[in-house]
Write a protein that binds this ligand. Structure first.
Ligand SMILES: *Cc1c(COP(=O)(O)O)cnc(C)c1O
Length: 400
C-alpha cells in the first residue's frame, strides 16, 4: 500500500503546484462520510465542492456508471447518445428551459452560454457582444470566464483579459443600467454568489435585472453551476425567487453527481445556435450523462431538494445558536444547504484547520467567512456532530 507520505511526495514532485492541498489523502466516501488513506473518518461539509449533492457513492449513481461502462462509453457527437436524452428531459420538464446542451464543466457551460449570447447579439442586436457580470462573481477559469469573473485574484496575472465583459457591483441594478450600451447582449449572474462568499441577492434584485434585460431585448442568464441541482432547496436556485426565470441557465458541479458534466440551457425564443456553431468531443458523453440521469431521477423522485430544507433549518438553527454564543460571529446567511457564516475576525482558515483535525471538512470561502455545503442527504445527527466540532474549533481559533 502506498503511504500518505508517499502520495504527498508524488504530488509535490510530479503535479503542478496550482493549489495548496489539505493534509488528508481521501480515498473513499459514502454519504456524508469520507475516509483518508490512514483510515481516519471525516464528515464532508464540502461535498466535493457542492458536487456530491446526493452524497458520496450514491448506490443509484454508482450502478448507473457501472452499467453504462459495460455498454458503451462514447459516441461521436454525430450520433445520438442515449443517456443524454432522459437527462435533458428531466431538466426541461422541471425548469423554464426548452433546450439543453451538455458539456464537461461549469466554465465550459458558461463559455457556451456566452457564445449563445454573442450569436443572439449578432442576429438580433446589430452585433452587440458585451456581457455584463458582477464583482465577486465566479464563472470559471477559461480565458473568457476569467474576464467574466469579477475578482482580481482570478484576473490580475492574465491580463490583457478577453474583451466583451463588464464587471459591475452585485445587488446594484443601477450599475447594470449604467453599464448597458448598444453593445450589450446579455447579463450573467449567480442567483447567490457562491465563491464570492455566499452573497445573497437583495429582495427583488434578480427580478428587476430580468425585467431590465427583457426591456432591452438582451438575455438574462443565470449561472446555476453551484446553486443548481437542489443546492438551494429547489431543483434550480432561481425557483426560490418569485417571478424569476432565466432565458439561459448554466449547470455543472452536482449535475453529474461526481462525473464531470456541465450544461447550458435556453428558452426556445433564444435558441439561436445552429449545426456547426458549437460542440464538444466529450460533452454529454454516455458515462457522464448516465450518472447525471440517475442522479436527476433520484433528486426528482425522492424530492431531495425539498427534503433537504429540513436539514437546512437544522443547520441554520445550530449555527444561529453559535452566533448567540460567540460575539465575533456576525451573520449566518444563505439558502438551502449553501450557507455562509461571516465573522468579524479573520479566523475562518484556523477554524477549518482545527475542524479538519477533529474530522470535519469545511471551507473558508473568505478569510472571515466559513461556507457549509454538505450533501443534501446530510442527517440532523451529522449536522450536530459537525457543529459540535466547529464549536470547539471556534473556541480554540478565537482564543489564539
Ligand atoms: C464552480 C463554479 C464554476 C466553474 O465550474 P468548473 O466546473 O470548475 O469549471 C462556474 N460558476 C460557478 C457559480 C461555480 O460555482
Amino acid at each position: 500500500m502506498t503511504s500518505t507520505a508517499e502520495y504527498k511526495e508524488l504530488e509535490s514532485k510530479y503535479y503542478m503546484q496550482v493549489v495548496r492541498r489539505m493534509p488528508p489523502v481521501l480515498v473513499r466516501g459514502e454519504g456524508t462520510k469520507v475516509i483518508d488513506n490512514d483510515g481516519k473518518e471525516y464528515l464532508d461539509f464540502t461535498a466535493g465542492w457542492a458536487v456530491l449533492n446526493l452524497g458520496h457513492s450514491h448506490p443509484e449513481v454508482t450502478r448507473a456508471i457501472q452499467e453504462q461502462a459495460g455498454k458503451i462509453l462514447q459516441m461521436s457527437n454525430l450520433f445520438y447518445t442515449v443517456p443524454q436524452l432522459p437527462l435533458a428531459k428531466v431538466i426541461v420538464d422541471n425548469s423554464a428551459a426548452d433546450r439543453v446542451f451538455f458539456c464537461n464543466s461549469g466554465a465550459e457551460a458558461n463559455e457556451g452560454a456566452a457564445k449563445l449570447a454573442r450569436k443572439w447579439g449578432k442576429l438580433k442586436l446589430d452585433g452587440a457582444f458585451e456581457i455584463i457580470t458582477t464583482l465577486d462573481s465566479f464563472h470559471g477559469r477559461t480565458q473568457a470566464m476569467m474576464a467574466a469573473t469579477g475578482q482580481p485574484a482570478y484576473q490580475d496575472n492574465w491580463r490583457p483579459l478577453m474583451p466583451g465583459f463588464v464587471n459591475v457591483p452585485y445587488n446594484d441594478l443601477e450599475a447594470i443600467k449604467a453599464a448597458y450600451t448598444e453593445s450589450t447582449c446579455a447579463v450573467l449572474l449567480e442567483p447567490i454568489q457562491g465563491e464570492g462568499g455566499v452573497n445573497m441577492p437583495d429582495d427583488g434584485y434578480l427580478k428587476a435585472v430580468m425585467d431590465f434585460c427583457h426591456e432591452k431585448n438582451i438575455l438574462f442568464m443565470l449561472d446555476e453551476v453551484q446553486t443548481g441541482m437542489g443546492r438551494l432547496g429547489t431543483l434550480f436556485g432561481y425557483q426560490q425567487f418569485d417571478g424569476v426565470e432565466p432565458d439561459v441557465m448554466t449547470l455543472g458541479k452536482a449535475l453529474g453527481s461526481g462525473a464531470p458534466l456541465g450544461a447550458f440551457t435556453c428558452k426556445e425564443f433564444c435558441s439561436v445556435l445552429e449545426p456547426g456553431d458549437h460542440g464538444s468531443t466529450f460533452g454529454g458523453n454516455a458515462l457522464t450523462t448516465a450518472a447525471g440521469a440517475a442522479a436527476a431521477r433520484v433528486m426528482v423522485d425522492e424530492d431531495i431538494p425539498a427534503e433537504s430544507l429540513k436539514a437546512s433549518a437544522h443547520l441554520v438553527g445550530r449555527l444561529t445558536a453559535l452566533k448567540e454564543k460567540y460575539d465575533f460571529i456576525k451573520e449566518v446567511r444563505g439558502m438551502g444547504l449553501l450557507i455562509g457564516m461571516e465573522m468579524t475576525r479573520d479566523i475562518a482558515g484556523a477554524a477549518v484547520a482545527e475542524s479538519l483535525e477533529n474530522g470535519l471538512l469545511l471551507n473558508a470561502v473568505r478569510p472571515n467567512t466559513l461556507r457549509f455545503m454538505p450533501p443534501l442527504t446530510v442527517t440532523n445527527e451529522e449536522i450536530d456532530q459537525a457543529v459540535d466540532i466547529l464549536d470547539a474549533a471556534l473556541a480554540k481559533a478565537s482564543a489564539e
